[in-house]
Design a protein around this ligand. Sequence first.
Ligand code: PLP
Length: 394
Amino acid sequence: MSELSRAATDGSRDASKAIDPRQRAWVEVAPKAIEANAAALKQHLADGSDLMAVVKADGYGHGAITVAKAALNGGATSLGIATLEEGIELRRAGLKAPMLLLGNLTQADELRSCLHWELMPTLSSMREALLCQNLADGSGRRFPVQLKLDTGMSRLGCDWQDGPRLVEAIRHLENLELCGLYSHLACADSDHEGGDASVTALQQRRFQEVLDQLPGHGKGFCRHLANSAGTLLNRTLHHDMVRVGLALYGHSPAKHLDGVISLQPALAVRARVTLIRTIPAGVGVSYGHRFVSQRPTRLAVVGIGYADGVLRSLSGKIHALHGTQRLPQVGAITMDQVLLDATEAPSLEPGSTVTLLGRDGDAEISPQDWSERCGSIPWEILCGFKQRLPRVEV
Ligand SMILES: *Cc1c(COP(=O)(O)O)cnc(C)c1O
């Protein structure tokens, strides 16, 4: 019996409470796929390099708690988050792994919460270092922090040339424990050659130059540089740890890195057909009538829209899977519904499930398929699925 029919026939359930998350539209997440991807990544790493699972933005839309647990089961040893709230959510869920906050905190209150919840802040300047030093004063413990170097991203971090001086200055702050030293790659997913002239190679040389100026080349600190693309591009980028997001979720960060290791997509977006109607030829469909039927057309209305993360800019450019059949999406995508041309799919009926993104058997629609059609990137597609879609573990 399906979940839905069980819910309908189970008289002991209170109808107001027993809302099946698969009624309208939902995101399916496979923790086993995350776990397998973490294990495959770990297997690929240079000797002595650890895996940090980057679970920011609610685990790239998969659900941070689910993803964090699965990644740790698969061999990750720490977690990367972007905001304080994300870290606290994971601590409240009982996760004990080391966590690095990748964003920059500016307020003393935020940093105090970091100390309380044992979340390592990222420092980009002496300003934050001194704030942390003052906060930890009298707390009876040293405040674990990491220093970020800007080697070419021009975003967070201190100028890489200032790295050795800042390391020395932070070491003199007795309430701080400098645990790590890191930088972030700007072009690892677009540097096709990855040769000596690439931005990635330049960033690697700058990072190494800083390390070489430290006692023992910075041994004793956790030194890390690579994101997913860097991890798959070149083992010399692995250092003591890699910080992997996209690949953990089963997606390659760039065409030229496809197949470096075998990855399993961990997410699928599914929705139900809510209505089937047949319209004659020559009828305009949805807002703006940007689709006009060329033949008598069997239209399927599906209960998912841009308020769920199906971007309106994909209107008329995507398909939905019904088994292995690909049904064209037609007309403007609306807030709560999309329309499919189901003329070739007579078995589709109200209540049928279609797959907007992800796998159905051997067929697959990937976040890359979407992002190429709307000028986005897979990262943005994945973290764009809204809270309105329940996350269902499978
Ligand atoms: C988000 C992020 C990552 C993970 O990037 P992916 O490309 O998804 O692997 C790594 N490091 C930092 C600093 C990040 O902000």
